[in-house]
Design a protein around this ligand. Structure first.
Ligand SMILES: *[C@@H]1O[C@H](CO)[C@@H](O)[C@H](O)[C@H]1NC(C)=O
Ligand SMILES: *[C@@H]1O[C@H](CO)[C@@H](O)[C@H](O)[C@H]1NC(C)=O
Ligand SMILES: *[C@@H]1O[C@H](CO)[C@@H](O)[C@H](O)[C@H]1NC(C)=O
Ligand SMILES: *[C@@H]1O[C@H](CO)[C@@H](O)[C@H](O)[C@H]1NC(C)=O
Ligand SMILES: *[C@@H]1O[C@H](CO)[C@@H](O)[C@H](O)[C@H]1NC(C)=O
Length: 467
């Protein structure tokens, strides 16, 4: 038996298509059909969620072996789901999760997750908070942490992790020394920092965030993780000056950097600065082709692992974020629409077709390039379902309200001191008064002299604090 979406959507499908092949056959021209499919997929996800079941996990957690970061990614997706569809059914669970996982210090470093805390993990929660502020997701009561201040807190936590002594800058992947990957600097951590900085700049109008963000983008280019053709690579090790590049191209990394540039483009005043970010956005957009050329044209696939069916649990979710960030890019840089929308629409149709499997007839497989559910449910069902949800709902982007800012209707309250608890540093520098100098940008030696002592002390403090 095929799962049927709703009477309305099925009727709509029957009138536009001669044969109803599968219940999640999606008509991207019909918002009702998209909304109905997105509801099925978000319900699939909430059925896996144990964070609000009695005897289940803490709020904001999916059961082991799903990592903490992926829950943050889910919350970000569900906030967009609410914003794009108007369905507030998941909001109580989402709000509860977002606040609980912020932790006692309201910074998305809850002590329970120290062992799995990478900068990227923390940033996925910050993205959800940033999205909540931009999409006017209902604000928590005043005595609870506020969405904007949570995103600011993460940015304040991460900025002193910038480390010029190795690879001329960049943050490490991991926050704590005992985690594997502490010696790795990668695109996802620095790219998310870049994107969050860009979005904070746009929301608050505070140039300081834009300057820190730009430093991160410049570094990604300098170290070669974003190359001259705008290909986006994974990372490198500090022992090698980060020059032992891992050339894997992951969908999410490309999307993270793309949406960061699109946001900087949107934030910049018309002129040379805006033109610079426009060119970068366009370059990164065109370089997305690598993810859309296998099997079926314009159907997204995970080039680094999908052809030989080696995508792991985390990697099965990555296409979700490329879809999310392509949609955000359309809003921030509308000139990208003609390139992006056909890809999202074609991919959404294909993704919906993967979601008619299992006993309930609506479980999602992994491979959108094959015509029916591939039945691979064992490795990372949450991630592949999330990927389907995000690409399906992204096709609603042209009718979704634009992300707000503090001056265009945003209500979320910020706090420049958020995130400072337990940190031994004076906070972000006001870069509008005290700019990052050329010497700081390019000179590793100079930077080591200037900041090495402070940062070294900070790193030591942070590590011992957590062990
Ligand atoms: C968990 O959250 C979902 C979505 O908000 C809701 O439908 C469900 O009733 C909640 N379960 C409990 C036990 O609160
Ligand atoms: C951390 O673990 C404790 C129990 O050990 C629990 O009460 C608390 O809710 C957990 N915190 C988070 C943020 O999950
Ligand atoms: C910035 O984003 C807004 C909201 O989507 C959009 O209306 C505006 O055209 C964008 N600015 C530029 C320069 O494209
Ligand atoms: C911008 O942010 C910086 C760093 O937090 C702060 O020092 C500065 O006062 C802010 N500027 C404004 C206008 O709020
Ligand atoms: C904080 O940093 C300053 C300057 O590096 C240092 O002198 C001081 O000992 C540090 N305090 C703590 C508690 O680590």
């Amino acid at each position: 038996m095929r799962f049927s979406i709703t009477g309305i959507a099925v009727t709509a499908l029957l009138t536009t298509q001669s044969v109803l092949v599968s219940a999640l056959d999606l008509n991207p021209d019909d918002p009702k059909s998209i909304i109905a499919a997105a509801k099925v997929l978000s319900d699939n996800i909430m059925e896996m969620y144990t964070g609000n079941k009695s005897g289940g996990d803490f709020p904001g957690r999916f059961p082991y072996p799903y990592y903490w970061w992926e829950s943050g990614a889910v919350m970000g997706a569900l906030i967009d789901y609410w914003a794009f569809t108007g369905d507030a059914g998941n909001n109580p669970a989402v709000t509860q999760a977002m606040i609980h996982q912020a932790g006692d210090d309201r910074n998305y470093e809850p002590t329970n997750v120290t062992r799995e805390l990478g900068n990227d993990d923390q940033s996925f929660w910050a993205l959800a908070a940033m999205g909540a502020a931009e999409r006017k997701y209902p604000d928590p009561p005043a005595d609870q942490p506020q969405w904007l201040s949570l995103a600011q807190a993460v940015f304040v936590r991460q900025t002193p992790r910038w480390e010029p002594e190795y690879c001329n800058g960049g943050m490490r992947w991991q926050v704590v020394q005992f985690n594997a990957g502490y010696n790795y600097k990668n695109t996802v951590s620095n790219g998310l920092y870049f994107q969050i900085g860009a979005r904070l700049a746009r929301f608050t109008g505070n140039e300081t965030y834009a300057k820190y963000a730009e430093r991160a983008y410049d570094w990604l280019v300098e170290v070669g993780f974003v190359n001259g053709e705008y290909k986006v690579f994974d990372g490198g090790h500090i022992e090698k000056g980060c020059l032992d590049t891992s050339y894997n191209q992951w969908t999410y990394n490309a999307g993270i950097v793309l949406a960061g540039c699109a946001t900087m483009y949107n934030y910049s005043a018309p002129g040379p600065d805006q033109e610079k970010w426009r060119q970068r956005t366009e370059g990164l957009m065109n370089a997305l082709d690598v993810f859309f050329v296998w099997g079926t044209k314009d159907v997204m696939y995970e080039v680094a692992c999908e052809r030989d069916n080696k995508c792991n649990r985390d990697q099965r979710s990555f296409r979700a974020y490329l879809a999310r960030f392509m949609a955000l890019t359309v809003q921030m840089a509308p000139f990208t629409q003609d390139y992006i929308m056909p890809k999202l629409r074609t991919t959404a149709i294909a993704a919906a077709k993967q979601c008619d499997g299992g006993d309930n007839g609506r479980t999602c497989g992994m491979r959108w390039t094959v015509p029916t559910c591939d039945g691979s449910f064992e490795v990372g069902l949450l991630g592949q379902t999330l990927s389907a949800l995000e690409v399906v709902q992204s096709t609603l982007i042209l009718s979704a309200p634009a992300p707000v800012t503090a001056t265009t209707g945003g209500t979320s309250k910020g706090d420049l001191n958020a995130g400072m608890t337990g940190l031994n540093y004076t906070g972000l520098r006001d870069l509008s008064k005290d700019p990052i100098t050329t010497g700081e940008k390019v000179g590793a030696a100079f930077l080591t002299l200037l900041m090495g002592g402070v940062l070294g002390g900070f790193a030591w403090f942070m590590v011992t604090d957590r062990i």
